[in-house]
Design a protein around this ligand. Sequence first.
Ligand code: C5P
Length: 232
Amino acid sequence: MTRPNPICVALDTPDLSRAVALSKQLLGHVGMLKIGMEFFYAHGAAGYEAVAIIGIPIFLDLKLHDIPNTVAQGITSLLKLAPAPIITNVHATGGLDMMKAARDVVKGNTKLIAVTILTSLSNEDLWAAGFAGDKKTDEQALALAKLTHEAGLDGVVCSPLDLAKIRGALPRKFLTVVPGIRPATVAAHDQKRVATPKSAIAAGADILVIGRAITGADEPAQAAQDILQSLV
Ligand code: C5P
C-alpha cells in the first residue's frame, strides 16, 4: 500500500494570483494545502474556492475559538465551501463543550482537529495568561491533546517535539499535523523548534506542514519532490 503524500504546504500569502499559481505548480506533488487567516480574511469564500478547485485538498486553518454555539455555526458555514476542506480546526482551550459542539456539526470527509498551545507561547506567557503554574507548555499541550481526544476530534496540531508524548498517550489513529519542519539543507527562518521531515515522520507525524521551504524555493514542485525523496 502506498502511503498518502504527507506534505501540506502553507500558502501563507495574501496574494490571490500567487496562491493560485503555486497551487497549480504543486498539483500532483503535495497532499494538501493550508489556507489560513491571512488569505481567507483577504479573499473569503471566492478566494478559497479559486484555490480549492485546482484539486489539492485544503486544510482550512482558521483556529476558531468562541462559545460552543457560535463555533458550531461558524464550522457549519465553513463546510458550505466547495469543495469542503479536508481538515479544519478550533482552539482546544475553547473547552470540551465547544469542541464537542464543533465535532457534532462536522460531516462528510472533513476532519476536525484542535490547536493545543501555540508554539509562540513560553511557560511564562502561559502563566501570565492564568494557566496552572505547575504545568509547562509541553505538559499543557499534552493535557489539551487528551481533552481534544475526549471530545471526539480527529487530532491536533503539534510541534515535532510534542510528538513523542502525544504518541505515547493517545491511540495511533489520532491525527498529528506538524509544522516547524525544515529539510536539513534549508534555513530555520524564525522557527526555533524544528525537525527534519524524516525525523518528524519517524516520531509519528501524519501530516507535515511546510511553508517557506517549499513556497520560497525556485522550483516549489521540485522542492516538494526532494522532501518526499528524503522520507524514503
Ligand atoms: O514557513 P514555515 O514552514 O515556517 O510555515 C509553517 C506554517 O505553519 C505557517 O503557516 C505557520 O503559521 C504554521 N504554524 C507554525 N507553528 C505552529 C502552528 C502553525 O509554524 N505551532
